[in-house]
Design a protein around this ligand. Structure first.
Ligand code: ZN
Length: 221
């Protein structure tokens, strides 16, 4: 019988973990090795920042999930439904202005009708140094621009309530044939944000709805 070639050696067969220098299996080395394959395209840093922040907003869980989906552009807006073949291109018009195509950026301030809501809510918030309409609309991405933690909590809840009610009205117009009412929308935003913050103890107990409607930023403890 021919001798085995020297290169095979005399040792027993064994598995080797060649992903790290120590050649020892660790969950961490496995995670780093496969992360790029498992996680899909890299998420830009400010989306990570905003989607981490959203879970700190004082609101019901279903609304927080809505906020998370909004940040990741995963709401069923008409442009998304068109891409999936659910809507025809003739059905793409925004229900608020009936002029432009409904997409997330349009619903959150690009639309002239919706922009009026954002402007009114910002006016209700009152003056905040170096805080523009764009800052308000993109609040989860720039929340650390507001130094006061108490103000952040209030603005965060009001931001989410604004997005939430714009979205609910949009769906009510489409599916229930309801009419858009600017005043009703403002009342819903004010009431929801007040209710969320009050139930979580983030605003003063003596902050009744009347005070909240007048000066929301004075209501924190
Ligand atoms: Zn529009």
């Amino acid at each position: 019988m021919a001798a085995a070639p020297d290169s095979f050696g005399d040792g027993k067969d064994a598995f080797r973990w060649r992903i790290n220098l120590e050649e020892v299996f660790t969950v961490q080395s496995c995670y780093y090795r496969f992360f790029s394959k498992l996680s899909g395209p890299p998420i830009i840093a400010n989306v990570v920042k905003a989607s981490t922040y959203i879970w700190k907003v004082q609101a019901p869980t279903k609304t927080l999930f809505f906020g998370w989906r909004l940040i990741h552009d995963r709401l069923a807006t008409k442009d998304q439904l068109y891409k999936k073949g659910i809507l025809d291109f003739t059905e793409m018009n925004c229900v608020f202005c009936s002029v432009e195509e409904e997409r997330l950026s349009h619903l959150l301030g690009g639309c002239q009708v919706v922009k009026e809501i954002w402007l009114k809510v910002l006016e209700w918030l009152g003056f905040i140094t170096d805080f523009s309409l764009v800052d308000f609309i993109t609040f989860p991405f720039i929340y650390d621009k507001v130094n006061s933690l108490a103000k952040r909590k209030i603005i965060g809840a009001i931001w989410l309530a604004t997005c939430w009610h714009i979205w609910l009205i949009c769906n009510a117009i489409i599916f229930k044939n309801e009419k858009f009412s600017f005043l009703d929308c403002m009342s819903e935003i004010m009431f929801s944000s007040w209710k969320w913050l009050l139930s979580s103890g983030k605003i003063a107990n003596n902050c009744n709805f009347l005070v909240w409607r007048l000066l929301p930023l004075t209501c924190f403890e």
